[in-house]
Design a protein around this ligand. Structure first.
Ligand SMILES: NC(=O)c1ccc[n+]([C@@H]2O[C@H](COP(=O)([O-])OP(=O)(O)OC[C@H]3O[C@@H](n4cnc5c(N)ncnc54)[C@H](O)[C@@H]3O)[C@@H](O)[C@H]2O)c1
Length: 369
């Protein structure tokens, strides 16, 4: 079972393919149609470690001139220094505009690799092969590429669409436990803003053993998420309006990540807490966002930060310096009701502080399951 989703963008329509064991077939087709002289592969070091037995013979079949570069794991690869290292690798191996760059990995490899493909020779054909749940449902879709700067995350980058995305769920067999919950947060986000069936399909995650989720369920879930993102991006590719809905929970999340110096909390944990806060704030503003559709997944998150280490004053300061602020006030994505997001500037700091209290209650020991 597999599915293909059209993704419309200003630069044309491309497809995302989702399935188990689909990589060889779709990559062969894609490479045959691009017919590159050289094939450049940028691959996450852990993915290479776990999957090279399968991947390296495949690359050899695809092209006589394969150039492979490992991308070290971690956010530090999304740096000017590593981006420049990729450009050296591409240019020193005589990259031409008719060549192809294949990026294989999670959001880190995808973001820095795609930005290198966007900037080398002003853009060369790119294929995304996402290997984390997050990358399959989110970062490989929609054309945002980029790296971090010491002034903040993702401050340098470009919108650049790939030729295709191939999401083979076989990669997920080796995904560490924590990366599943990181991806789950983004999956739940799509449930909250657009597609409630996603919530039902996510129930399988509560069973404990991720590897027992039937391939069919996983493929359906990833397909649904990609559809939501593709629909939103088709309407607002360059984030002038509704693309901001994809940031549901993220205003709170970014503040939490900064308060924890991007160390003691993962992005997915922060997004899950951020969505709880945004739901509570929605209710405080009189909207109908009752229900534990997101809260019920609490057992899957293992927070390493304690409520005592966080203060709402500091978190509010971080939110006010976020690039998505509106003057001195903060713009939130709220829910008028489930699947009906709205962008709203909130002036009432007491309400925001109450939303933070809700976050602190989620991570305090008494609520641990
Ligand atoms: N471009 C976008 O639209 C967008 C959207 C959301 C997030 N992002 C970015 O994505 C990044 C996070 O991505 P991520 O969560 O995929 O993290 P990641 O790329 O850091 O991968 C997480 C970990 O999993 C390992 N890994 C990846 N695939 C594996 C596999 N199949 N088996 C075993 N290990 C594997 C990696 O080596 C790493 O240690 C952030 O930098 C974020 O800013 C971008």
């Amino acid at each position: 079972m597999s599915s293909s989703i059209d993704i419309k963008s200003a630069s044309g329509t491309y497809q995302a393919h989702v399935g188990r064991g689909i990589l060889d077939e779709y990559l062969k087709k894609e490479i045959a149609s691009l017919n590159p002289n050289n094939l450049f592969v940028l691959i996450d070091e852990n993915v290479r470690k776990h999957h090279s037995q399968h991947l390296e013979p495949l690359f050899d079949k695809l092209s006589e001139r394969v150039h492979l570069l490992s991308v070290p794991e971690g956010e530090s690869s999304k740096s000017l220094a590593f981006w420049s290292e990729i450009l050296d690798f591409l240019l020193q191996n005589h990259l031409q505009r008719s060549d192809a760059v294949v990026v294989i990995g999670g959001g880190v490899t995808g973001d820095v690799g795609a930005f290198a493909a966007a900037s080398a020779l002003r853009g060369v054909p790119l294929i995304h092969i996402p290997t984390t749940l997050l990358a399959m449902v989110d970062s490989s879709i929609g054309g945002k590429t980029g790296i971090n700067h010491e002034m903040g995350k993702n401050l340098i980058g470009a919108f650049y669409q790939p030729k295709s995305v191939i999401a083979d769920t076989r990669f997920l067999d080796t995904l560490p436990e924590m990366e599943w919950s990181n991806g789950l947060s983004e999956v739940l986000k799509y449930g909250a803003i657009r597609d409630r069936v996603i919530f039902d399909e996510c129930e399988r995650f509560l069973d404990g053993n991720r590897n027992k989720i039937p391939a069919k369920t996983l493929i359906s879930l990833i397909t649904r998420c990609i559809r939501v993102k593709a629909d939103v991006v088709a309407e607002d590719e360059f984030e002038g309006g509704i693309r901001a809905f994809l940031n549901y929970g993220h205003t709170f999340a970014h503040a939490l990540e900064r308060a924890c110096d991007y160390g003691k909390i993962s992005h997915g944990e922060a997004v899950w807490l951020g969505m709880i806060a945004a739901q509570h704030l929605s209710k405080l503003r009189g909207y109908e966002a009752e229900g534990d559709f997101i809260r019920k997944f609490r057992p899957l998150y293992h927070f390493r930060v304690s409520a005592e280490e966080l203060s709402s004053d500091e978190l509010n300061r971080h939110m006010k310096s976020d690039k998505k602020r509106d003057g001195d006030h903060i713009r939130f994505i709220l829910l008028k009701k489930w699947q009906h997001p709205v962008i709203e500037t909130v002036m009432d700091e007491d309400q925001v502080n109450e939303a933070w209290q809700m976050v602190f209650r989620q991570i305090s020991p008494s609520t641990k399951q």
